[in-house]
Design a protein around this ligand. Structure first.
Ligand code: CP
Length: 312
């Protein structure tokens, strides 16, 4: 693969290759010397047109730990603010010969469009409600390390599915790895066409969580609700917020996940989110660095050896 634009084009063997390499990077990240050289001589540019804490920080750290020259574009201060188009900005950066371009954008499909115009490898760091592939990969690594496998698990994804690129990428990945997927949430927050996705749909936490091995909670993504129905937070928490009582419907060893940023008391009880016996939210963040190291390492291998013409 030249780019990582989504989970959709990946084969199960691609996913396993990424996760196996990421496992090795978890070991490196836990060592006192965290330096690798897989990206030595490479230039990585991070372009985030939408806010981020976890994804941007972990892509930056991943690049630095593998020896890349990493530049974070300040999109607030960029010429986008003067009316330059996304494609013109991308072409301008392309002329500076980056090797890896990490892009987050509020519009679904914007990253795919950009990838058609540049020579470097493009990594989708989340585009609208379309895909967030590295999130699904880090979630898969967290699940595999906790449960020992990805196949024949029952994974409940709960909340605002309609606006969630995290849900979409996870559904694609877990489906490829033969897990059973349950979507739980109010019908108003289910995407159109969900009946064709090969998943079970519930609007009741008790029924949906029964027998679940993994409970993945999602944030209400109000920024993408553009004038549509926004549920009252109180009512939403009462019906769909995960607390210890509702988690009791799942398997007794079920793990609790959340991609962040988390709204405590809206989709999840704060005490449960902090309960290290059930919640793997901090592990997800740790796996995020390792997974991003793995995908950038693998994409850089396809770029060929760094050219050193100017020095030789
Ligand atoms: N999970 C996730 O994408 O978080 P950020 O928006 O903070 O990057």
């Amino acid at each position: 693969h030249r780019h990582l634009l989504g989970i959709e084009p990946l084969a199960p063997s691609d996913i396993t290759t990424i996760l196996d390499l990421a496992d090795r990077y978890v070991t490196l990240n836990r060592a006192s010397d965290k330096h690798g050289d897989a990206l030595a001589g490479r230039t990585q540019v991070n372009m985030f047109f939408e806010n981020s804490t976890r994804t941007q920080a972990s892509f930056e750290l991943a690049g630095l730990r593998l020896g890349a020259d990493v530049m974070n574009m300040s999109m607030q201060a960029s010429s986008i603010k003067k009316g330059e188009t996304l494609i013109d900005t991308a072409m301008t950066l392309n002329a500076m010969h980056p090797d890896l371009l990490v892009v987050r954008h509020p519009h679904s499909g914007a990253v795919n469009l950009l990838a058609e115009k540049v020579n470097c490898a493009v990594l989708n760091a989340g585009d609208g409600r379309h895909e967030h592939p590295t999130q699904a990969l880090l979630d898969a690594l967290t699940i595999r390390r906790s449960k020992g496998r990805l196949h024949r698990l029952t994974v409940a994804i709960c909340g605002d599915i309609a606006h969630s690129r995290v849900a979409r990428s996870n559904i694609l990945l877990l489906g490829k790895m033969e897990s059973r997927i349950r979507l739980i949430g109010p019908p108003t927050l289910m995407p159109a066409g969900v009946a064709d996705w090969g998943v079970e749909v519930f609007d009741d936490m008790r029924a949906g969580l029964e027998g679940a091995d993994v409970v993945m909670m999602l944030r209400l993504q109000k920024e993408r609700m553009d004038g549509g129905f926004i549920p009252s937070e109180r009512e939403y928490y009462h019906r769909f917020g995960l607390d210890a009582e509702k988690l009791g419907y799942a398997r007794s060893d079920a793990i609790v996940m959340h991609p962040g940023p988390m709204n405590r008391g809206v989709e999840i009880d704060g005490t449960l989110a902090d309960d290290i016996n059930r919640s793997v939210i901090q592990e997800q963040v740790e796996m995020g660095v390792a997974v991003r190291m793995a995908v950038m390492d693998l994409l850089a291998r396809n770029l060929g050896k760094p050219m050193q013409t100017a020095r030789s």
